[in-house]
Design a protein around this ligand. Structure first.
Ligand SMILES: Cc1cc2nc3c(=O)[nH]c(=O)nc-3n(C[C@H](O)[C@H](O)[C@H](O)COP(=O)(O)OP(=O)(O)OC[C@H]3O[C@@H](n4cnc5c(N)ncnc54)[C@H](O)[C@@H]3O)c2cc1C
Ligand code: SF4
Length: 584
């Protein structure tokens, strides 16, 4: 093994979390090295001629880690044998510089204040007996108010297009009336709204639900961010989710941060290298660096003063388990912390077919659409309903691309001339509504190391054990009925209502919002990291990303991942570097 020169800070993974940490730490003047297992990518890799290649990117997953390089095994329950996922379906783990930030949709949400205190508030509002005994609710250990400045910073770095609903405590018409108090307006106005979401908004308004535009990191106009980096305006090209943007109009690490980082002489990004293990000195309660391998299989020891895992939920958790850091969670006893509280997102859909109204689904952007938030989180009384949680209800103007999108009315044959006729008619006249729902942690949902299957380095694969909890399925039935109510008010010729049903399957795409497993909290006996995402077991190890969420609220996670990463970076820069040690 080759021993390399030490660096002050080492970041594992260069997605949004890694890039934001690199920005913050290199600002402090220390040496910062990021190691990324996938290839280097920049905006020039997505020219307009090849960026919208649906077969390459959306079907063949060109920007997603090949399962032969990294996969995981899956089972629904502990008494089943898990098998390896050999083709990605339900979620699409990233690889390469920029991570999922290159090919995400760009929906940038803040969690609500109550999301950070779900456990405390649910018990106070409904009492202990209301909650199913196998739910493992714990709070984030950080408040919305503490995160607000970091949400704000990310929105301005990314140039988010949206409309505030709560400006300094004042509810503003046209925005989300349920959101937490924000210091200022979004940096850019909302995107222009196409026909489908406009109809949805009219119907919702008539029913008394205030609609608002979804906050989008697809830019509504040219914008120069506070770092001096300029992004272009979105052309509503529709090749957004699963694609790199040909117009530098979608915020990604490349379009917002990398141009600044590459000018800093104390920052290095090394790509095509895989971190295999964190070197841990248990006695000293410190980590010493990482062992990584390059493409030829050569192994290196990279010493570092601080190690920051930003390798997405799966690899964050797996690297902790492989390195023997933190007690692994045991579902039989509910003891141990690493791997517990794995949660997902409970999505469902309503499809509407119109006789003549043309929705023109080829006009779209990743985060384009209108939303209703009345049936989300604790915005309504759950007592008579018998479940916790909820969903935001959205009209999407995205993913209308021709290969993967051929809707047909219910009852259409699945092939042949009649199917073709139905597709030709329905393509322009069909519109999809989505409920993006919460996912609560429960005893039988967790991540651990697979006892059988190994990767090409001989290391155990991560094993996922997950099924939707009955609480979440009940919630999905309820919110999908609300979504259908709005859909019916849009006056469709036909409607198809699909609440989420169990068991969970890894085959159809649902969302790449896999969170938990290395959760944050204030109790070292029930969490892996403290509220600064600093590992309880080693003060110079930080585990950053959705892995820290103790549960998954209904909103997409990246706004909160980014805010937490910026808060961690600032705490290291302002406090840890002056006095290394536990931050709480
Ligand atoms: C199709 C799609 C659409 C999405 N849309 C949205 C959206 O609209 N809104 C939203 O909030 N979220 C969305 N997401 C989720 C979003 O992409 C993620 O939440 C976000 O990218 C996570 O950032 P991250 O930096 O934590 O992890 P990642 O972006 O996954 O970055 C982690 C990086 O670590 C690298 N890595 C992993 N293991 C190792 C290792 N052992 N050694 C070295 N490097 C390693 C990976 O290659 C990767 O590049 C979407 C995801 C997908 C796939
Ligand atoms: S829809 Fe807009 S942001 Fe998305 S890829 Fe196309 S131009 Fe870029």
């Amino acid at each position: 093994m080759i021993r390399l020169k030490p660096v002050d800070a080492l970041i594992v993974g260069f997605g949004w979390a890694g890039a934001l940490l690199a920005l913050e730490l290199s600002e402090a003047g220390i040496s910062v090295l990021a190691l990324e297992r996938g290839p280097f990518r920049d905006t020039v890799d997505f020219p307009p001629t090849t960026a919208p290649d649906e077969l390459r990117y959306a079907v063949r997953h060109d920007l997603v880690v090949p399962p032969a390089i990294q996969t995981l095994t899956f089972r629904n329950r502990v008494n089943e044998t898990a098998l390896p996922i050999r083709r990605w379906g339900s979620f699409l783990p990233a690889w390469g510089a920029g991570g999922g930030g290159v090919h995400w949709n760009g929906q940038v949400w803040r969690f609500r204040p109550s999301d950070f205190e779900l456990a405390r508030r649910a018990r106070a509002r409904y009492g202990d007996r209301f909650l199913a005994p196998d739910l493992m609710l714990t709070d984030f250990g950080v408040s919305y108010e503490e995160l607000e400045p970091f949400y704000d910073r990310f929105e301005y770095l990314a140039g988010v297009s949206g409309k505030a609903g709560n400006l300094q405590g004042k509810i503003v018409a046209g925005g989300n009336p349920f959101e937490g108090r924000r210091a200022r307006e979004y940096p850019n106005p909302p995107l222009a709204m196409p026909y489908g979401p406009t109809l949805f908004a009219e119907a919702a308004r008539k029913l008394g639900y205030p609609p608002f535009p979804r906050p989008a990191a697809n830019l509504s106009r040219p914008y120069t961010n506070p770092l001096g980096v300029t992004l272009g305006p979105c052309t509503y090209c529709g090749f957004c989710e699963r694609f790199g943007c040909a117009n530098a109009a979608k915020a990604s690490p490349q379009t917002t941060i990398l141009p600044v980082l590459r000018e800093r002489s104390n920052f290095w990004l090394r790509t095509d290298v895989t971190v295999l293990e964190i070197v841990h000195d248990r006695k000293a309660r410190e980590v010493k660096g990482v062992i990584y391998a390059d493409g030829r299989g050569e192994r290196y020891f990279q010493p570092a003063g601080i190690v920051l895992l930003a390798a997405y939920t799966f690899e964050n958790v797996r690297l902790l388990l492989l390195s023997g850091i933190g007690a692994p969670y045991d579902p039989q006893t509910s003891r141990g912390v690493v791997g517990r509280n794995y949660t997902y997102q409970t999505t469902s859909a309503v499809t509407l077919g119109f006789a003549e109204k043309r929705m023109n689904p080829f006009i779209g952007a990743g985060a384009l659409g209108m939303v209703v938030d009345d049936w989300n989180g604790d915005h309504y009384d759950h007592r008579p309903l018998g479940f916790l949680g909820g969903a935001y209800l959205a009209a999407m103007a995205t993913n209308g691309r021709p290969i993967l999108n051929h809707p047909t009315p219910p009852g259409t044959p699945r092939w042949g001339a009649e199917w073709k006729r139905a597709v030709a008619h329905a393509y322009l006249r069909t519109f999809r509504l989505l409920a993006s729902g919460s996912s609560l942690p429960h005893r039988g949902a967790f991540l651990d190391l697979d006892p059988t299957y190994r990767d090409r380095w001989g290391r155990p694969l991560l094993r996922m054990t997950f099924d939707f909890h009955p609480n979440d399925l009940k919630m999905s039935a309820f919110v999908t009925a609300k979504l259908a109510e709005i859909g019916r008010a849009m006056d469709p010729a036909w409607i198809s209502v699909s609440p989420r049903r169990g068991p969970y399957s890894v085959v159809p795409y649902q969302s790449t919002h896999n969170v938990g497993g290395a959760i944050m909290g204030t109790d070292p006996g029930a969490s892996v990291v403290n509220p600064y995402l600093q590992c309880w077991e080693a003060h110079n190890l930080f585990v950053v990303g959705g892995s820290a969420f103790p549960h998954n609220p209904a909103y997409n996670p990246t706004g909160t991942i980014a805010a937490l990463a910026l808060r961690t970076g600032e705490a290291i820069r302002r406090r840890y570097l002056a006095r290394p040690g536990p931050l709480v």
